[in-house]
Write a new protein. Structure first.
Ligand SMILES: Nc1nc2c(ncn2[C@@H]2O[C@H](COP(=O)(O)OP(=O)(O)O)[C@@H](O)[C@H]2O)c(=O)[nH]1
Ligand SMILES: [Mg+2]
Length: 398
């Protein structure tokens, strides 16, 4: 699940990491320079050393010891290379204190503890990498832009300890941007069903083969598990075999399926189903419809008529996550044609990119209600931003 999405995001993490490392390195060498300057100022000039020699100073005596050692080393190198003589004696003229490295190490560790402040300039490359990763993962353009701007405002001005993991920083910013994005349009399906006058009429629409009929069976099972009674309406009268397919599910689930003949009027089937539900005190009617392409004017007109006549309480658009941007575009067009109340994205289990799951609610302005994650009845997950983001960012297995 979403393997390509995770792969693509590594570019963003790496770009941010290398930018901040560069910045930290600059700060480190600056601190090193400052430490050296401070040390040079603190060191007495060679002439002053002899003047001050009568002052018993632990540090300067240790310095002298060092000089003796350096002299010995220098003599040894003189023997093998006479040209280095002047250099060695030059070095000798500017003795280094024994604790030089500890000062430097201290300076470095202070830098390590120090913070760098992330500014907009640091983010140009990483955010470009992020936008590319999102677009390549089939996230719709306006959605990718929104995420990038949200990540940017999260990171700009952020104070980061130099020693703190940059990958985590990148991930946290993205996580919060995604959760924010996915939380924008929510509808609690359970609460909706609970409070709605019965029977609740739910109509499923979408293109062919995306998983409408399977999703109806899954939602039926989901509702039955909560104690609701359900009737199925075989509103796909268009395709031979569609009625039988729903009947098989009805049999397995022990549910009444209301059907007419193939080629019959779908609105009439749904109307009868609602009548049946009323007469038998059933809680929910789940109505199937024929798959239709958003480009087929006749079928889209037929769908509008079904909606006009049957007046569903909730119209659910079903599409497959693996269709990526196509699914999002279809959702947009269906939503313009009929008032969809939410979506179900199926085949998320087979989706490597995650783009449609991220984009669809934002583009339609309507919530994702469920994700299909397999072919069996329990393979239906109530949509939760956190659940999805955990899987998109690879912190939870599918
Ligand atoms: N892997 C997977 N397959 C699914 C999922 N939902 C539906 N399918 C399969 O998709 C195919 C088409 O489903 P169907 O319900 O007939 O689509 P419809 O034409 O829209 O009614 C079937 O083989 C289903 O088993 C899902 O969430 N995951
Ligand atoms: Mg079907």
């Amino acid at each position: 699940m979403f393997n390509r999405f995770k792969e693509k995001l590594s570019g963003f993490k790496e770009a941010l990491s290398s930018k901040l490392q560069e910045k930290a390195a600059q700060k480190e060498s600056q601190a090193e320079l400052e430490a050296q300057n401070a040390e040079a100022q603190a060191m007495p000039a060679p002439g002053e050393i002899s003047k001050n020699q009568d002052i018993p100073d632990k540090e300067s005596s240790s310095n002298q010891l060092t000089r003796a050692e350096v002299q010995a080393a220098s003599n040894r190198s003189d023997a093998s290379n006479s040209s280095s003589n002047s250099i060695s004696s030059n070095n000798f003229a500017k003795p280094k204190p024994k604790n030089r490295f500890s000062i430097l190490d201290k300076a470095k560790s202070l830098v390590f503890e120090q913070e760098i402040i992330i500014d907009e300039k640091d983010l140009t490359d990483p955010l470009w990498a992020l936008e590319m990763a999102l677009l390549e993962s089939d996230v719709a353009l306006p959605v990718a832009e929104q995420i990038v701007s949200s990540v940017k405002s999260e990171l700009v001005g952020h104070r980061k300890k130099i020693g703190v993991d940059t990958g985590q920083l990148a991930e946290d910013a993205l996580r919060s941007a995604l959760v924010k994005m996915l939380s924008a349009n929510r509808l609690d399906f359970d609460e909706y069903i609970k409070t709605k006058e019965k029977p609740v009429k739910i109509l499923f629409v979408g293109v062919n083969g995306t998983g409408k009929t399977t999703s109806i069976a899954k939602v039926a099972r989901y509702l039955m598990d909560q104690g609701y009674s359900v009737v199925l309406a075989a509103g796909d009268t268009f395709r031979a075999g569609a009625i039988e397919q729903l009947e098989v599910h009805g049999e397995r689930l022990g549910l009444k399926v209301i059907k007419h003949k193939t080629g019959g009027d779908p609105a009439a089937v749904i109307f009868d189903s609602v009548e049946y539900a009323r007469a038998h005190n059933k809680d929910v009617v789940l109505a199937d419809t024929a798959g239709r392409l958003h480009t087929n004017i006749n079928l889209m007109d037929q769908m509008r008529k079904i909606v006009r006549v049957t007046k569903p309480d909730l119209l659910i658009f079903v599409d497959e996550a693996i269709a990526g941007n196509d699914a999002v575009e279809r959702a947009r067009l269906f939503n313009e044609s009929v008032p969809i109340g939410g979506s179900i994205l199926t085949k998320t289990d087979a989706d490597a990119k995650g783009g449609s799951a991220i984009s669809i609610a934002y583009i339609t302005g309507k919530p994702v209600l469920f994700l299909g994650v397999g072919q069996n009845y329990p393979d239906l997950v109530k949509f939760e931003p956190q659940w999805l983001v955990d899987r998109l960012l690879g912190e939870a297995e599918a």
